[in-house]
Design a protein around this ligand. Structure first.
Ligand code: HEC
Length: 110
């Protein structure tokens, strides 16, 4: 493409402003959920766990994550650390965290 010294028409500038705004809004929509810290200590901010004995959650199927948490809460999966952790969030907060983890791209563990 050749360099064009003419100033951009107003419509182009408006369009790029709107694009920038949309990008800012969508970044905001992907902001980490408020209660992520309660889970991130073990499962990582982006779902890569801090230890080899803790499962990575990044990119995991959302429905699977929901079922797993229900099983910790009911005791069907008897893991005290997970029962305690999942009792500290209400259902909506928990689901926000699970949606966040499901939406992350899995990465190689450090
Ligand atoms: C103290 C460390 C710790 C904290 C904090 C913690 N977890 Fe876990 N989590 C674990 C461990 C260990 C397991 C594996 C338990 C097992 O053997 O089933 C696990 C398992 C899970 C699983 C099942 C994964 C799978 O592949 O089956 C989910 C989902 C999960 N955690 C979500 C959460 C959420 C959401 C939070 C925050 C509310 C949280 N965890 C906080 C340690 C933790």
């Amino acid at each position: 493409m050749r360099f064009c010294p003419a100033p951009l028409p107003q419509s182009v500038r408006t369009a790029s402003l709107l694009l920038g705004l949309a990008a800012a809004l969508s970044t905001n929509a992907q902001a980490p959920p408020a209660r992520l810290g309660l889970c991130a200590a073990c499962h990582g901010e982006r779902g890569t766990a801090s230890a080899k004995t803790i499962p990575n959650l990044a990119g995991q199927n959302l429905e699977y994550l929901r079922q797993a948490v229900l099983q910790y809460q009911s005791g069907a999966r008897d893991v005290p650390a997970m029962r305690a952790a999942s009792a500290m969030l209400n259902a909506a907060e928990l689901d926000q965290v699970l949606q966040w983890y499901a939406a992350q791209r899995p990465e190689a563990a450090p």
